[in-house]
Ligand binder design. Structure first.
Ligand SMILES: Cc1cc2nc3c(=O)[nH]c(=O)nc-3n(C[C@H](O)[C@H](O)[C@H](O)COP(=O)(O)OP(=O)(O)OC[C@H]3O[C@@H](n4cnc5c(N)ncnc54)[C@H](O)[C@@H]3O)c2cc1C
Ligand code: SF4
Length: 523
C-alpha cells in the first residue's frame, strides 16, 4: 500500500511545488498523466502540446533521478482513459493510496473537477495552495476589499512595497513607480537586434513532436521551429540569456513591432514561467540584480518587474476572485464569429497576416502584437468574447486560462465593462504605423479613413467610437478621441459607418479562407 498519491499537473513542474514539499520517497508515489481531454478542449497549437509533454517527461525523469517513484501515464498508452478523473481512478486502484495530494490548479474548470474527486475516488483529497506566486488569492481578495485592486497600478505599488523590489527606504528607487512613458519607442531603421538563445529539440522533445504530429494532425501551428526550453536547466539558461542580451533594451523597445522579427527584446519566458520551470521570483530577482550591478537601466528593470509582479499577479488575482462569473460578461454585446484569417493568416491586412504567421511558426507573439493587432482588430470588429478567448487559449505556448482569460476578456474585448482596464485598447492604423513597419508593406492605405483602399482599422475604429458612444462618451480617458470624432461632419461619419458595415459583412469572404486543416464544424 502506497502512502500518498501526489498528483502533479502539466503546469506544476516545479520541484518546490507545495504538493511535493514533504514527499516521502519511501512511501509516496507521484502521478503524472498525459490525457487527450486536456490537449483537445481547444485545438491547442502543436508546439504548445509538444512543449508541455516534453517538459512533463523531463520533470518526471528529474524526480526519478532523485529516487522518487513516478507513475507516468503516456498519451499513447492503450489503457489511457484520457481524462484526469479517469486516470486518477485507475491510479488509485493500482496504488491504493491513503490519500491524494495536489497543488491547486490554474484553471477554474479543473478546480470544479477536483471537487468531485473525494467521492469518485473514495479516498481523501488534499488540495494545497499554489505558493509559486507573490500574492496569495486570499491576500488579493483582502486587498480588493480595501479598494487596492481597482487598477493594476495600485496593486503593483502595493506589491512593490510588500516584496521590496526596486525599493529604497520605503520609496521607489529612482523616485518614480513607473517608467512606462519611456518605453514606447519604435525601432529605428537598420537597428540591429540581438540573436536570442533558442533550444534545439533533444530526443525526448523529438519523440513528443512525432507523437503530436500523429495524434493531433489537425491542430493549428507548425512544429518545425520548436525551440522552447523544456527543462529547468534550459529555463535558467533562457533567463540568463534574456537578462544579459535583451533586458538592457527591453524597456525602450517593449511596444515595437517589426516585419519578420518575432522576438525583439522580449523575455520569451512565459511558457517556462507558466509551466513552473522557472519561478516569478527568480525572474524578478535576476532583473533587479542586473540593475543593481549597473548592467541594465532602471526603465528596463522596472518595466520587466512590473509585467511579472504587477500584471501577471494582478490577472491571476482577478481570475480567482471573480470566477466563474468573470468569463460570462459581454459588456459590448459583441457577437460576430472569429474570421478565418485568424487561423489561416490569409488576409490583405499585413499586420494581422504577420502576427498570425509568427504565431503559427512559434506559438508566440509578443504583448503588443496580441493586444494592438489581433486583439485590437477583434475589439473593433465586435468579435464574440468566447471566440476570441478560445483562439488565444489555443494558439500560444504560454496560454493557461488564469492568465489568458483576463487578458483577452478584459484587456482585449473589454467584455468585463472595465474591471481590468479603465478604457478599451482601441486604436486606428496610426498606432500600428507608429510602432511598426507593417503599414509600409500593406495593400491598404494607413492614412485613408474611408474608401476602397482605406485601412480597415481606421473606419472600424471610428465606427467603434460611434457605436459605443453611450458606453464611452463620458469616459474622461476617451475625451480626446471623441473630440476628434466630433470634428467629422455627418457625411464623413455616415461614410465611416457604411465602410465598416460593408467590411464586416464581407470579412469572411474575400479577406480570409478557412484553413485547410479545419472545418466549420470545429468551432
Ligand atoms: C490577448 C492577450 C492574451 C494573452 N495571453 C497570455 C497567456 O495566455 N499567457 C501569458 O503568460 N501571457 C499572456 N498575455 C500576456 C503577454 O502577452 C505574455 O505574457 C507575453 O507576451 C509573453 O512573452 P514574454 O515572455 O516574451 O514576455 P515579456 O513581454 O518579455 O514580459 C515578461 C513577462 O511578464 C509577464 N507578463 C507580461 N505581460 C503580462 C500580462 N498582461 N499578463 C500576465 N503576464 C504578463 C509574462 O510572464 C512574461 O513572460 C496575453 C496578452 C494579451 C494581450
Ligand atoms: S495599413 Fe492597416 S491593415 Fe495595413 S498594416 Fe497598417 S494597420 Fe494593418
Amino acid at each position: 500500500m502506497t502512502g500518498r498519491l501526489i498528483f502533479v499537473l502539466g503546469d506544476q513542474l516545479s520541484r518546490g511545488l507545495s504538493a511535493l514539499a514533504d514527499i516521502d520517497p519511501c512511501h509516496d508515489v507521484v502521478l503524472m498523466v498525459e490525457v487527450r481531454e486536456e490537449g483537445t478542449y481547444v485545438p491547442h497549437h502543436k508546439q504548445k502540446i509538444a512543449f508541455l509533454l516534453s517538459a512533463m517527461r523531463h520533470f518526471a525523469a528529474d524526480l526519478r533521478a532523485e529516487g522518487i517513484r513516478v507513475d507516468y501515464v503516456r498519451l499513447d498508452e492503450p489503457e489511457n482513459t484520457h481524462s484526469f478523473t479517469g486516470e486518477l481512478a485507475r491510479a488509485v486502484t493500482r496504488h491504493k493510496p491513503q490519500s491524494v495530494v495536489l497543488t491547486g490548479p490554474g484553471e477554474w474548470r479543473v478546480g470544479e473537477m477536483i471537487l468531485t474527486w473525494p467521492e469518485v475516488l473514495g479516498v481523501p483529497v488534499e488540495v494545497r495552495e499554489d505558493d509559486r506566486f507573490f500574492c496569495a488569492i486570499r491576500d488579493f481578495a483582502e486587498l480588493s476589499s480595501r479598494g487596492k485592486t481597482k487598477r493594476m497600478e495600485n496593486f503593483y505599488r502595493e506589491m512593490r512595497r510588500r516584496t521590496g523590489f526596486l525599493m529604497e527606504a520605503g520609496k521607489p528607487v529612482g523616485g518614480k513607480w513607473n517608467y512606462d512613458a519611456e518605453n514606447r519607442k519604435a525601432l529605428p531603421k537598420g537597428h540591429k537586434l540581438p540573436k536570442r538563445r533558442r533550444f534545439t529539440p533533444d530526443a525526448t522533445t523529438r519523440e513528443v513532436m512525432a507523437l503530436v504530429e500523429d495524434q493531433f494532425p489537425d491542430h493549428f501551428g507548425d512544429l518545425d521551429r520548436f525551440a522552447w526550453p523544456v527543462t529547468r536547466a534550459e529555463a535558467l539558461q533562457a533567463l540568463e540569456d534574456f537578462i544579459t542580451h535583451a533586458l538592457p533594451q527591453f524597456g525602450d523597445w517593449q511596444d515595437a513591432m517589426k516585419t519578420g522579427e518575432d522576438f525583439l527584446y522580449h523575455a520569451l519566458l512565459s511558457p517556462a514561467l507558466n509551466a513552473g520551470l522557472l519561478t516569478a521570483s527568480e525572474a524578478c530577482e535576476a532583473a533587479e540584480a542586473a540593475y543593481t550591478a549597473g548592467k541594465v537601466p532602471l526603465n528596463a528593470a522596472e518595466g520587466f518587474i512590473r509585467q511579472i509582479l504587477g500584471w501577471r499577479e494582478f490577472v491571476r488575482g482577478l481570475y480567482w476572485t471573480e470566477m466563474p462569473d468573470y468569463g460570462q460578461t459581454n459588456f459590448l454585446n459583441a457577437k460576430r464569429p472569429l474570421p478565418w484569417f485568424y487561423w489561416s493568416g490569409q488576409t490583405k491586412m499585413h499586420c494581422i497576416a504577420e502576427v498570425v504567421r509568427g504565431t503559427r511558426q512559434n506559438a508566440y507573439a509578443h504583448h503588443i502584437q496580441r493586444l494592438m493587432v489581433t486583439g485590437n482588430f477583434a475589439l473593433l470588429a465586435g468579435i464574440a468574447p468566447a471566440e476570441i478567448e478560445a483562439w488565444y487559449l489555443a494558439v500560444y505556448a504560454d496560454a493557461f486560462d488564469w492568465v489568458e482569460l483576463p487578458n483577452t476578456h478584459g484587456m482585449v474585448a473589454h467584455a468585463d465593462g472595465g474591471r481590468l482596464g479603465s478604457k478599451p485598447y482601441a486604436a486606428s492604423a496610426a498606432y500600428i504605423g507608429r510602432m511598426s513597419d507593417y503599414c509600409r508593406g500593406c495593400r491598404y492605405d494607413a492614412k485613408a479613413r474611408t474608401g476602397a483602399n482605406a485601412c480597415p482599422f481606421n473606419y472600424l475604429y471610428w465606427n467603434f467610437l460611434i457605436t459605443h458612444r453611450d458606453k464611452f462618451g463620458a469616459n474622461p480617458r476617451m475625451a480626446l478621441p471623441y473630440k476628434a470624432l466630433d470634428r467629422f461632419d455627418g457625411a464623413e461619419q455616415a461614410a465611416i459607418c457604411a465602410d465598416a458595415e460593408d467590411f464586416l459583412a464581407k470579412m469572411n469572404t474575400p479577406e480570409g479562407e478557412p484553413p485547410a486543416q479545419m472545418s466549420l464544424g470545429d468551432w
